[in-house]
Design a protein. Structure first.
Length: 158
């Protein structure tokens, strides 16, 4: 079992990024993500469980959570980057780019063979960090449950 290193922090002017789960403001993250198209309606209990099972990069100005990036990974070969956001009033300051750079240079992620993500409209943004569309999309498969978040229980095991 891979043991996660102690939290890692980065600082820039009045902003900082922290991977300490204890620093994450669950209510602030839920407030944003509950309105995001990809996670609309997600119950806070489900979000908390998802965040606890992930490596989270919390973006702060002072003590206020203004962004997040969540990474689901085995810490050896693969990671899935998801739930990336910066609140609207802090966009266009390079904070999203800084957040992604910090994710990619995290000591336990920088050696990964593959980091994947899904995006509806930010392909140009992620290309700046070396992401490309699938080279062989016919190999990619997915299974989507039609029910969304309804009926999911926190105790549900797969």
């Amino acid at each position: 079992m891979t043991v996660l290193q102690e939290s890692v922090q980065w600082h820039r002017e009045t902003f900082h990024i922290d991977t300490d789960f204890g620093a994450l403001d669950l209510a602030a993250v839920h407030q944003f993500l509950s309105d995001a198209p990809w996670s609309r309606g997600m119950p806070i209990e489900i979000l908390e469980q998802a965040l606890r099972h992930s490596l989270c990069f919390s973006l702060f100005q002072g003590g206020r959570q203004i962004g997040v990036a969540r990474v689901i990974t085995d810490f050896v070969t693969y990671a899935y980057l998801c739930d990336v956001f910066v609140v609207a009033e802090f966009r266009a300051q390079g904070l999203g780019s800084w957040l992604i750079r910090c994710v990619l240079m995290h000591p336990q992620l920088e050696q990964l063979r593959r980091v994947a993500l899904l995006t509806v409209d930010a392909q140009g943004f992620y290309r700046r960090f070396g992401f490309e569309c699938l080279s062989q999309p016919q190999r990619y498969m997915e299974r989507i449950q039609a029910h969304g978040f309804e009926g999911l229980a926190v105790e549900r095991a797969f």
